[in-house]
Design a protein around this ligand. Structure first.
Ligand SMILES: NC(=O)c1ccc[n+]([C@@H]2O[C@H](COP(=O)([O-])OP(=O)(O)OC[C@H]3O[C@@H](n4cnc5c(N)ncnc54)[C@H](O)[C@@H]3O)[C@@H](O)[C@H]2O)c1
Ligand SMILES: O=C(O)C[C@H](O)C(=O)O
Ligand SMILES: [Mg+2]
Length: 628
């Protein structure tokens, strides 16, 4: 905004304040308040700002109380959650939040101050992005659990109360037909990364509707902190197609559309329109799908992955991270990775994450066995999949199509003393698996009985992955796992836990098995290669890079993933592996001044330097004023 218009805006605001103060004085002195105030209240305020500049100006901002016509007039459409609130509702929401602080401290993650820390960090994020990311990068181990899993889950649950300044864009079912123009309300000319959610399955917390925007913000925080994506070029997106969460549908202070979720063709039309709009404005953007319920996660992935630069983090990122963990568990037994196809693996949870892991693990086994159809078929027998209805077999009545290829044959499992719907403890008891992996979203699912059964594992070093988030959804804690199954196990969890003191001078290592070790590198590698799509090969290369990252010595100690303090380094490595694979598959189109031909000539060291040179660092740059 130019000086003149800034002065105009200031003077009109000042005038308004002076007038209203004078009005109040008159009211006191002359007892003529009513008519004077009424007239004043109806007079519009002239402003010389639009879009985010209004929302960021405390004098003019009305937040969620901007009416729909005002939102259209002022280019605000899409920059606020869709539900228009009255000023009274705004105050009520704020007060409710203020009072809730105490309760949140009591019921939240293990750190009682986590939500308060999130607020302080969030305020810094709103004031000064450079400083915010410096704090985050320099203290990533301490604050990732605040801006990311697990606290981000609590933030999403409480988002109605925590909402202050909007961040990101909201596309709602009511915006159909408008998205192509709305997308231009976003002020950045260039966007590299979008994380989009429809809020239908936020961590293991279910349908949180519009409040799911918090997860997109948290993931993008890691994109900046770990991958050095420029924070001016990230965009969190919430697609609000309604919610099936009955509590939110009834909550008068809920910020999203209060109607049931769109489904079928209507749903697809909204997502299609969004994809077309963002790729029209930013043809080189990468879109990460996050926390969509399984029903749509696979469907949308298949629908878009050949046409757009996109991936699904819960299906593909998680698959790679789990695969790296499974290979780490083989190494930790002192066996070569090539022994992986002999592992017996029980998976609890057959949703987007579980099925993603199963598909990736089976493909890897099959490749190790010679990559034939027979190998692929035989790899299937290494997995036992248990969902909410127990062991999945071909006798299952309504079998989910994505899980079908992992359904056990009835005869085969009868020989193992099992049957359709057998419970997890029975399955573990009979199978004696090398690995027990949980992506069920059910806290405590690996009960004492299940863990006792795992003591009979035929492995010299059984591995337990309690991957569900946030903390209270973990299938078991590391303390439970080490104390019941034994000191020799390998343990990983989706949310962070502390290592366990085993009492004999030894430490039971708790690995964080979270897709955060892959998605930032997948995004960065794709961006810098300019690959048109994100291929299976690129994802596989990312997973293998993570699997090989740990040294033999670390792996023998049970440390199979890096600590989060090394996330910037592992992300660089993953990005290098992704770029190398994209070059090999001839997918690269280059990035900025690095064209495809130049990129293809780089050796491994040069690729690393290229990555390093293109990562954003949180340093102040000199600012110089220039008229538009
Ligand atoms: N660590 C990570 O990186 C990571 C990545 C993605 C997802 N997750 C977590 O995984 C969990 C599941 O995610 P999703 O997208 O697959 O969810 P989802 O809702 O699609 O799937 C959940 C699955 O668990 C099954 N289930 C429910 N109760 C069960 C029980 N008692 N026993 C066995 N299985 C049961 C369901 O039948 C379903 O198949 C969430 O908590 C999520 O936070 C973790
Ligand atoms: O968000 C996370 O911490 C991991 C994963 O994407 C999840 O949905 O749980
Ligand atoms: Mg997720």
């Amino acid at each position: 905004m130019g000086n003149f218009s800034r002065q105009m805006a200031l003077s009109s605001a000042l005038l308004k304040r002076l007038q209203s103060r004078r009005g109040a004085l008159n009211a006191v002195n002359l007892g003529a308040a009513r008519s004077f105030t009424t007239t004043e209240g109806h007079r519009p305020t002239i402003i010389h700002k639009r879009s985010l500049d209004i929302l960021h100006d405390p004098w003019f901002n009305k937040g969620t109380a901007f009416s729909m016509t005002e939102r259209d007039r002022l280019d605000l459409r899409g920059l606020l959650p869709p539900n228009v609130m009255s000023p009274e509702q705004q105050i009520e929401r704020f007060m409710a939040d203020l009072k809730r602080l105490e309760q949140s401290a009591r019921d939240g993650p293990s750190d009682p101050y986590s939500l308060a820390k999130w607020r302080i960090l969030n305020r810094l994020h709103d004031r000064n992005e450079t400083m915010y990311y410096k704090v985050l990068i320099d203290n990533i181990a301490e604050y990732a659990p605040i801006v990311y899993t697990p606290t981000v889950g609590l933030v999403c649950q409480k988002y109605s109360g925590l909402f202050r300044r909007p961040r990101g864009m909201y596309f709602s079912a009511q915006d159909r037909g408008e998205m192509m123009s709305m997308v231009y309300n976003w002020p950045a000319e260039q966007v590299d990364m979008i994380v989009v959610t429809d809020g239908s399955r936020i961590l293991g917390l279910g349908d949180l509707g519009v409040q799911g925007i918090g997860i997109a913000i948290g993931k993008l925080d890691l994109y900046v902190a770990a991958a050095g994506i420029n924070p001016q070029r990230v965009l969190p997106v919430m697609i609000d197609v309604g919610t099936n969460n009955e509590q939110l549908l009834k909550d008068p202070l809920y910020l999203g559309l209060q109607e049931h979720r769109l489904d079928g063709e209507e749903y697809l039309e909204v997502i299609d329109e969004f994809m077309e709009a963002v790729f029209t404005r930013w043809p080189h953007v990468i879109v990460q799908f996050e926390d969509f319920q399984s029903k749509w996660a696979f469907n949308l992935l298949q629908r878009y992955r050949k046409e757009y630069r996109m991936f699904n983090d819960d299906v593909q990122g998680t698959a790679g991270v789990a695969l790296a963990g499974l290979l780490g568990a083989v190494r930790a037994q002192g066996r070569p990775m090539i022994d992986f196809p002999r592992m017996k693996i029980v998976v609890a949870g057959a949703g987007s994450a579980g099925i993603g892991v199963l598909n990736a693990a089976r493909k890897t086994m099959s490749r190790m066995l010679g990559d034939t159809n027979i190998a692929f078929e035989s790899a299937r027998s290494q997995f036992w999949v248990v969902d909410a209805n127990g062991l999945i077999t071909e006798a299952r009545e309504k079998i989910d199509p994505d899980a079908r290829s992992f359904a056990r044959r009835v005869k085969e499992i009868e020989r193992q003393g099992l049957r359709e719907g057998a419970n997890l403890a029975e399955v573990v008891r009979q199978v004696k698996p090398d690995v027990l992996l949980g992506l069920s979203a059910v806290g405590g699912l690996f009960s004492k009985e299940v863990l006792e059964a795992l003591k009979e594992s035929t492995s010299t070093r059984p591995a337990i992955f309690a991957m569900s988030n946030p903390t209270k959804n973990a299938e078991c804690t590391p303390e439970e796992a080490f104390s019941i199954v034994g000191d020799h196990i390998i343990f990983g969890s989706g949310s962070p836990f502390s290592n366990v003191d085993l009492g004999n001078g030894n430490i039971g290592h708790c690995n964080q098995a979270n897709n955060m070790f892959l998605f930032p590198g997948i995004g960065l590698g794709t961006l810098l290669s300019g690959s048109k799509v994100i291929s299976d090969g690129m994802l596989q290369a990312a997973a293998e890079c993570l699997a090989e990252y740990m040294t033999e010595e670390e792996v023998h100690k049970g440390i199979i993933y890096p600590s989060i303090s090394r996330i910037r380094d592992i992300t660089k490595e993953v990005a290098a592996a992704v770029i190398t694979e994209a070059i090999e598959e001839d997918l690269v189109e280059g990035y900025r001044e690095m064209d495809a031909r130049e990129l293809q000539k780089l050796n491994q060291d040069e690729i690393r330097t290229y990555i390093q040179n293109n990562m954003w660092n949180p340093d102040y740059t000199k600012l110089v004023y220039k008229k538009d």
